[in-house]
Design a protein around this ligand. Structure first.
Ligand SMILES: C[S@@+](CC[C@H](N)C(=O)[O-])C[C@H]1O[C@@H](n2cnc3c(N)ncnc32)[C@H](O)[C@@H]1O
Length: 274
């Protein structure tokens, strides 16, 4: 996974994940409170940017946070314990080979993970195995096709398309948000509900200009500069204009719009339904 993960495991990416989670906390975590005593699995916890919010918002639930990357897990453990939370256990592991017995967890949570997997239905099915009957899954994903902004230029749009194409070439899908409903259905979850969460940014919302447009979205596009140019997808001058134009949307008259998708579903309480 390391070499096949489009955003990589750099220090800058860790900062980006934390900025992203903190900036979007209200819009993405609203309504997520797990009951006291429940066991919750967070799959693909990364550097713990979401884990910290989960642990804070449900202090009486117990979380197990899993990721492939040992380095990310070390950062996650440090982040959560430095805030004084003791309700999270970290494990290095693979979603496709989870070392837990069937029906172990009351709830599942994953955020910005399916977009990096070539086989999201299989991942959701592996997760379903460890979920108790009647338990819930919450899945949050973005969709880069939902991006529009002002002023809009061809170079800026091309730079975003490079990220979409490079991620697809690496087996991921940055347009996955719109597919959450069919993916959860195909993976045999019941009561699937998907809600779009739109972020609208203009200069009257400086925390979103910094935290979302610059530090989450543009930083993510900038992360594939080398691959975009090396692969011949864009000339360097055109790329640099595209990034400059994206920053142009963060000016006094600029606007930026993006939609995340939050899906929830249940594992049927009835064995007959699978
Ligand atoms: C974009 S990061 C998101 C991290 C975190 N959920 C967040 O929102 O900040 C995706 C994470 O999924 C992890 N991951 C990818 N495939 C995985 C797998 N098969 N099993 C466990 N973790 C995986 C990666 O190592 C990475 O840390």
């Amino acid at each position: 996974m390391n070499e096949k993960y489009v955003h990589g495991y750099t220090a800058r990416e860790s900062v980006r994940l934390v900025d992203q989670a903190n900036t979007l906390a209200d819009i993405l975590h609203s309504g997520i409170v797990y009951p006291a005593g429940s066991n919750v699995l967070e799959a693909g916890c990364g550097v713990g940017a979401q884990t910290f919010l989960l642990a804070r918002n449900s202090p009486d639930a117990s979380f197990t946070a899993v990721d492939l990357s040992g380095e990310s897990l070390r950062a996650a453990r440090e982040r959560v314990s430095s805030h004084g939370f003791t309700n999270v256990t970290f494990h290095q592991g693979d979603i496709f080979r989870l070392p837990y017995e069937d029906n172990r967890f009351d709830h599942l949570f994953l955020c910005f993970v399916l977009e990096h997997l070539p086989n999201p239905v299989e991942a959701l099915a592996c997760l379903r195995r460890v979920l108790k009957r009647g338990g819930t899954i919450t899945v949050i994903e973005g969709d880069h096709g939902s991006t529009y902004f002002y002023p809009e230029t061809p170079d800026a749009k091309k730079a975003i398309q490079c990220l979409v194409d490079i991620q697809a070439e690496m087996g991921g899908n940055s347009l996955i948000g719109r597919q959450l409903y069919p993916l959860l259905k195909k993976s045999k979850y019941d009561d699937v509900n998907v809600s779009p969460r739109m972020i609208y940014v203009d200069s009257s919302k400086p925390h979103l200009v910094e935290g979302f447009t610059k530090n989450t979205f543009i930083a993510m596009v900038e992360g594939v500069k080398e691959q975009a140019i090396r692969s011949g997808r864009m000339e360097e001058a055109s790329w640099d204009r595209g990034i400059r134009d994206l920053y142009g949307t963060t000016g006094e008259d600029g606007t930026f719009v993006y939609t995340f998708f939050k899906g929830t579903a249940v594992k049927s309480p009835h064995p007959a339904s699978g």
